[in-house]
Design a protein around this ligand. Structure first.
Ligand code: G6P
Length: 496
């Protein structure tokens, strides 16, 4: 059964996420144009929306002075999956810029992001930000209702509303209320792309009950791994006193039984293989490359990683002039103080380590602060000896998966992952490295650099096979299955 057949038969879907699958920009003539996004989520979910004749609700990345200004269609050269998403199927959410700033930079990125990554000392708790989070979620919900009203009424096709991520944990509340009040049935599903923390961390948030109630307004709540599911179930029981079934992952709330499911996300595996096959060589050196690719974010363990690499050079001088760390840090959330401070710290640390070890023909660290193209990225992944994915905490981490997809050279390189990333749970043949223990981390990098070819081949084969099978289309199907939205037995058999 092809992916497209499955999604075509799954009925209408409304996706609601903070960002639309493209951003709006003004060209030099002042006209609105779309800039497509190439993310894996977009690749998997866009066909479901397009084939199911549904809608995508989200923030267009730009404040429109005139909210009635027509949305542009996709560029004729656009070959990304969103090209088929017509402008009348997109609902751009417009929120007052001050409210948006407090919701996005404040509540989402200065509170939920650190808290859910178990870093409460970095979190700020402000009533004003929470108030604006509530307002923004209500706005997203109202836009979703606009979409729901426009869908043709058909008893055989109950629309599926798929809410994404920590930006929108309350939205389902209003959507459910409306659908009950106006007797327009819908099914509601939520997926959290970041970790869900243990109760003792979660309860630090002053309005934690409201968060749980918002998520429980859905029929199904999905997380990457079982640990996050169990944390959520635990919080529902301890905060709200819900009856829960840990074995079957069920929570009773408001007279309904809410399903909780681990749904580990995958990547568009074949697309990365194709990119790696076509991408020209960009690294021209005989030195071995240890590669890191991350948004510049304190959860990614970048400072620890640089220190571990420095330790490696200290303890194993045989790698001097033979190995370089290539670190790509993509600018992110630059309006938030913690991100600005991390940028400073990285600049200093890279300078110090390079100053200490650089010789006329070699520098230990090559540091790119900026965005790179998909082709360049695939070439980096393909031509590196070691992929270093060592976050302090991470919901899943797709870089680990993209790295193995692009490892098409024989013999391949070695993947190192942190046990504190969702990817560390499932990518069993990677080398596991605790990023907090700098000394040991340096030894793991040494082990990867000196691993025999046979072992590298064996490990990489298993890793690639698993990611190819459990790709992002499989993830979307698993979500539809968990929502009871697959229509044929064959589709269900496919999920296993
Ligand atoms: C994480 C979140 C996404 C978010 C992305 C980039 O992966 O789970 O929802 O879109 O980071 O962050 P940004 O704040 O730029 O959207």
């Amino acid at each position: 059964v092809s992916f497209v057949d499955v999604v075509a038969s799954s009925g209408s879907m409304i996706v609601i996420s903070n960002r639309l699958p493209f951003v709006l920009q003004r060209n030099k003539d002042g006209q609105l144009v779309r800039k497509a996004s190439a993310g894996g989520l977009v690749t998997a979910v866009a066909p479901v929306v397009i084939n199911g004749n549904g809608f995508w609700v989200g923030w267009p990345g730009l404040h429109l002075e005139n909210p009635d200004e027509p949305m542009p269609e996709s560029d004729p050269d656009d070959i990304t999956p969103t090209a088929g998403l017509k402008s009348n199927k997109v609902i751009p959410v417009q929120i007052d810029p001050k409210v948006f700033d407090s919701y996005y930079n404040g509540c989402c990125n200065a509170t939920f992001w650190p808290l859910f990554h178990s870093m409460p000392d970095r979190a700020s708790f402000k009533g004003e930000h929470w108030k604006n989070y509530v307002t923004a979620n209500k706005e997203f919900a109202e836009c979703t209702l606009k979409a729901l009203r426009q869908l043709p009424k058909n008893a055989a096709d109950v629309p599926l509303i798929w809410v994404h991520d920590y930006h929108l944990m309350l939205a389902a509340n209003w959507i459910r209320q409306f659908s009950e009040d106006e007797n327009i049935p819908c099914k509601l599903g939520f997926f959290l792309h970041i970790p869900f923390p243990p109760w003792d961390i979660f309860r630090l948030f002053p309005w934690s009950d409201e968060i749980l109630q918002g998520m429980l307004a859905c029929d199904m709540v999905g997380f990457h791994i079982t640990d996050y599911c169990l944390n959520f179930v635990d919080c529902c029981q301890r905060n709200l006193g819900c009856r829960v079934d840990r074995k079957n992952l069920l929570v009773e709330h408001g007279g309904r039984s809410v399903r909780v499911r681990p749904l580990p996300i995958g990547i568009p595996f074949e697309r990365f293989v194709e990119l790696a096959e076509k991408a020209p060589k960009v690294i021209s050196t005989n030195q071995k490359i240890v590669l890191g690719v991350d948004r510049l974010d304190y959860t990614k363990g970048l400072v620890h990683r640089l220190l571990a690499f420095e330790k490696l050079l200290e303890k194993h001088p045989e790698h001097l002039e033979k190995v370089s760390l290539l670190q790509v840090a993509v600018p992110s959330r630059t309006d938030v103080k913690e991100y600005q401070e991390l940028k400073e710290e990285m600049d200093q640390l890279v300078g110090r380590i390079n100053g200490r070890f650089t010789t006329p023909n070699w520098s230990p660290i090559r540091y790119i602060y900026g965005c790179i193209s998909q082709d360049e990225l695939a070439a980096f992944y393909r031509d590196s000896a070691v992929g270093l994915v060592t976050p302090l905490r991470d919901g899943m981490n797709l870089v680990a998966k993209e790295f193995v997809a692009c490892q098409i050279n024989i013999p391949p390189g070695v993947l190192i992952v942190s046990p504190f990333a969702g990817a560390g749970e499932t990518m069993h043949e990677a080398l596991i490295c605790n990023p907090y223990e700098i000394d040991d981390a340096s030894e793991v990098i040494h082990r990867a650099l000196t691993m025999p070819e046979d072992e590298r081949i064996l490990r990489m084969n298993y890793l690639r096979r698993r990611e190819k099978l459990n790709d992002v289309n499989y993830w979307t199907k698993s979500f539809l299955s968990a929502m009871g939205s697959l229509q044929t037995q064959e589709d269900y058999d496919d999920i296993g």
